[in-house]
Design a protein around this ligand. Structure first.
Ligand code: UD1
Length: 345
């Protein structure tokens, strides 16, 4: 196969990983996926093939398995880069089982970086989060804002993994890395064939909205309307997952083409616009014509009041900009929810 080269996507059957795989294939890369299917489904590989016409090579194993990972690297000595998504990501769960989060999220990162050093793989893109900023003192928040004490073990693993990457690069390893700090990814691929697939009751807003609209959940709860925001509900920077996926292609190519300014770089990946929970609900209702059954309840522990990105540095350096509107996010998430439920075996 004549491609631009091989990219390893860890967690490639997950929400952001699957969308990024599609964009990489569309751009002419050969994608290899490692995933242990702990929070995703194998049929996503079929869907990626349906969308792109190309089936990514799938390796089902756990990145904690160092000897399996080592043989993977030996089988694929020609990797151009790694985009690392595989991680546990439920904030509440991380408070209940912190050791699982620390082992799973930190040790897998260490295993990958050791493998990269050993097998001379140079380029690494890490899936970080705006959660590292906590509640910023200044909005919009840029990449120079201070890192705040983490609210959860999950959030702490993002901070520590950024440091692990930075320190490894700083120690002289021949590795270049970019940490992308995502704001709130929502929405789904235009085809409706892949999207967010939470197991059990969703924690995040958009899957809860679409499941309520579909009738799986009786009522959506809005966590608080007494925040110091225009309508009293929390504000986030929601970004379409396809825009987010495209940022990864730009980031890995920046490294492959030696366009990076430092060997470790950090970029915010958001739209630069804040929307309140109630505005998201109204966008969903307007675009789909469905009335959502929701009620205002008390605040959720650990939620910050408001955050949105200053995207100036990312836009300039990466030459990338989020393009899709909140309405497109709502509509695509709804298309995916219906398509998934209607085609589910
Ligand atoms: C959360 C995590 C963030 C993580 C991201 C991963 C916290 C503080 N942050 O982001 O670190 O990277 O998930 O997906 O937990 N909401 C409702 N009703 C619901 C669900 C959510 O009103 O049923 C509200 C929340 O209060 C919040 C907004 O919707 O204001 C977005 O919530 P969510 O989708 O869970 O994302 P974050 O909490 O911002």
């Amino acid at each position: 196969m004549n491609t631009k080269g091989k990219i390893l996507v860890t967690g490639g059957t997950g929400y952001i990983g699957s969308h990024t795989t599609v964009e990489l294939i569309n751009q002419g890369y050969e994608v290899l996926i490692i995933d242990n299917l702990s929070n995703s489904e194998a049929f996503i590989i079929d869907r990626i093939e349906q969308i792109t016409g190309i089936r990514p090579k799938f390796y089902e194993f756990d990145l904690l398995d160092q000897s399996r990972l080592s043989s993977f690297f030996e089988e694929n000595p020609d990797l151009k880069g790694i985009i690392h998504f595989a991680a546990a990501k439920a904030v509440g769960e991380s408070v209940d089982i912190p050791l699982h989060y620390y082992r799973n999220n930190l040790v897998t990162m260490i295993n990958l970086l050791e493998g990269m050093k050993q097998h001379k793989i140079e380029n690494f893109v890490f899936s970080s989060s705006c959660t590292v900023y906590g509640q910023p003192d200044k909005l919009p928040v840029n990449e120079h804002a201070p890192i705040k004490p983490a609210e959860s073990p999950y959030g702490y693993t993002k901070q520590v993994n950024e440091n692990i990457l930075k320190d490894t690069i700083g120690s002289g390893a021949a590795i270049k890395g970019i940490a992308l700090r995502y704001f709130n990814p929502i929405g789904a691929h235009d085809s409706g064939l892949i999207g967010e697939l939470p197991r059990g009751v969703p924690n995040n807003l958009m899957p809860f909205i679409t499941q309520t609209a579909y009738g799986i959940r009786e009522q959506l709860r809005v966590f608080g309307d007494d925040y110091n925001t225009p309508d009293g509900s929390c504000i986030r920077d929601y970004i379409h997952v396809v825009d987010l996926a495209k940022a990864h292609i730009v980031a890995i190519e920046r490294l492959i083409q030696h366009n990076n300014k430092n060997n470790f770089e950090v970029f915010n990946i958001g739209t630069g616009n804040g929307f309140s929970v109630l505005e998201v609900i109204h966008s969903f209702e307007k675009t789909t014509g469905i009335k959502l059954n929701y009620k205002i309840v008390g605040r959720r522990a650990g939620d910050i009041e408001q955050i949105w990105a200053d995207t100036t540095i990312g836009n300039q350096e990466l030459g990338w900009k989020a393009e899709r509107s909140i309405d497109e996010m709502s509509l695509s998430a709804w298309k995916w929810e219906q398509n998934y439920r209607n085609t589910k075996q």
